[in-house]
Write a protein that binds this ligand. Structure first.
Ligand SMILES: [Zn+2]
Length: 552
């Protein structure tokens, strides 16, 4: 088969999790990459800051890579752009708000790095190798979000990016459904579509449905109002600003990303506001409580966020009290339930009121529910379908929806990270070979897959602690064994424990003392057995031998 007679679609990330979205389309000597996002670490990824996609396959084929295409400015789509560009220098095409966010990040991280970041407009078309990509505006929870209609030598591919259909959005326009219909009429070989809310029945409500409840909250509050929301949710922030204007409250901002994003959005004209309404957070004490509205980060209970600092009396300027009302205008990102519970309980214990989307309409999702997914499937009428952007359960439910819309099961491909499907103008198949993919961890300044072992070690430490034996040897005699233990067990509860550990070390030394390596290995083995039997624990065991006689 001539090599440009098929397109290979590979998920580098984004199909086993909500996060690190990165999709690759390959045709002959051309590759385009769609999104380069991060994933926030799960709670079992101890100490890890971020997870980024494994770009190894792209680095090996960097001569083929023609462009990085960005659908929108959420971190799970742009957060890894700087790491991508370190390895592969290609033009990056992105919509306006995403360009501003990427620029800010790249300037902060690596000012000297040269990069070509090109802003695209709705319905504009770019060429990258044999691919032509048209950008179709859709609704989501961040401004300037695009679906992609990609013309390839084997047919048209539609990639929805993250989307919902909001016919009355706050700012911006409804999704460009006419364009989806146009491509549907033209013929679409393959569609890849956002699966986040594929388990949610019906339609995602419009952003404007929040107005009633949010207005009630603001109009009836007699104390300070503290709105916590995602810093990228500019339309939500606009609604909050409108309410502050209506009820004559000044606005203070807290949280770096909130300040930065509102500044960018104001510059781009995405937020309409008389800037005199803003007051520096250092000056809020001069205001009567009913004259102040705060907008802050920290909806997910992040330990270093502004809201958590307020809740734990560590914020420089704000102490929460019983007259405050805190509104969590956000959803719970799976995995963050405990940390959100923590911040809510801290706030409630100070006597303040907390309102979230279980009590009032203060949040709507940015992702399409089942009926909106069906609308796009109906308009686009793809021959083949790949559900993307979700955990396996979301992909499976989206595949079921596609089947209910008449797409045959054999035309639906569920990918895992590293797997590919190949398409010609006539047929399609799963590729049997997978690209090896490992999660790449960002740990402080460290980057790499080797951190998987370190995370595993941290996990063991958190479960079982560690014990170290310092064996002091003089003239080939084990004279003293010192025990250092961290997070392992309470040695004061058992007098025999220390004695037995020392006895095991001495026994092993008498048998294997002449060979340090064998002595260490056999002692660790015996101790493991002993700890498991006596304590049901498997700590990390470390043994150091110090020779005082000066001979190794
Ligand atoms: Zn998104």
């Amino acid at each position: 088969m001539p090599e440009n007679n098929y397109v290979k679609v590979t998920a580098i990330g984004g199909v086993e999790e909500i996060g690190r979205n990165c999709y690759v389309m390959e045709c002959g000597q051309d590759i385009i990459v769609i999104d380069a996002g991060i994933m926030f670490p799960r709670q079992d990824m101890f100490g890890i800051d971020l997870v980024i996609p494994d770009f190894s396959y792209l680095v090996q084929n960097k001569h083929k890579v023609k462009a990085l295409i960005i659908t929108h400015g959420h971190e799970d789509h742009i957060g890894a752009v700087s790491w991508f560009l370190k390895e592969i220098e290609v033009p990056v095409y992105a919509p306006r708000f995403a360009v501003a966010l990427i620029n800010k990040r790249l300037e902060e991280k690596n000012k000297k790095h040269t990069y070509r970041l090109i802003e695209i407009k709705p319905r504009s078309v770019i060429k990258a190798g044999c691919f032509h990509i048209e950008f179709i505006p859709v609704n989501h929870s961040i401004p300037d979000c695009m679906s992609l209609a990609i013309t390839t030598p084997v047919g048209n591919i539609l990639h929805t990016g993250d989307f919902k259909i909001d016919l009355t959005p706050e700012g911006g326009k409804p999704a460009d459904l006419a364009r989806f219909a146009y491509w549907g009429e033209k013929g679409v070989q393959l569609m890849l579509s956002d699966s986040t809310n594929s388990g949610v029945e019906g339609f995602t409500p419009s952003e404007q449905t929040l107005l009633h409840d949010m207005d009630n909250i603001v109009s009836s509050a007699s104390g300070r109002l503290i709105f916590a929301t995602f810093a990228s949710n500019i339309s939500r922030i606009q609604q909050i600003i409108n309410l502050a204007e209506k009820y004559d409250r000044r606005i203070a901002l807290s949280g770096r990303s909130m300040v930065d994003n509102i500044d960018i959005a104001c510059r781009l004209g995405l937020i309409k506001v008389n800037k005199k309404i803003f007051i520096d957070i250092e000056k809020v004490k001069s205001l009567e409580p009913h004259k102040l509205l705060l907008i802050t980060t920290g909806t997910q209970g992040e330990p270093m966020s502004s809201l958590m600092f307020m809740a734990t009396d560590r914020h420089k300027h704000i102490r929460i009290n019983e007259t405050d009302t805190i509104i969590l205008s956000s959803s719970i990102i799976p995995g963050n339930e405990m940390s959100i519970g923590k911040v809510v309980n801290k706030i409630v214990s100070k006597g303040a009121a907390v309102i979230n989307d279980s009590r009032s309409d203060v949040h709507v999702s940015g992702h399409a529910a089942k009926e909106e997914q069906k609308i796009l499937l109906h308009l686009v009428k793809p021959k083949y379908f790949i559900p993307i952007h979700g955990e396996p359960i979301h992909l499976r439910m989206h595949a079921d929806t596609a089947k209910s819309m008449g797409i045959p099961a054999e035309n639906i491909f569920i990918l895992s990270n590293g797997s590919s499907a190949e398409f010609t103008s006539k047929k399609a198949r799963m590729v049997s070979e997978k690209i090896p993919i490992r999660p790449i961890f960002i740990d402080g300044k460290g980057v790499g897959e080797s951190y998987a072992d370190i995370v595993h070690e941290r996990s063991r430490l958190s479960d079982n602690g560690m014990i170290a034996l310092i064996c002091c040897v003089n003239n080939q005699k084990l004279e003293q064994t010192r025990i250092i233990s961290r997070g392992f067990t309470d040695f004061t509860a058992s007098e025999n424990l220390k004695k037995n550990i020392i006895r095991i070390a001495e026994e092993q030394y008498s048998q294997h003392g002449q060979n340090r390596g064998i002595f260490i290995q056999s002692t660790i083995k015996k101790l493991k057995r002993y700890f498991l039997k006596e304590l049901y624990k498997m700590p990390i065991i470390d043994i150091e031998v110090i020779n005082y006689s000066g001979k190794e």
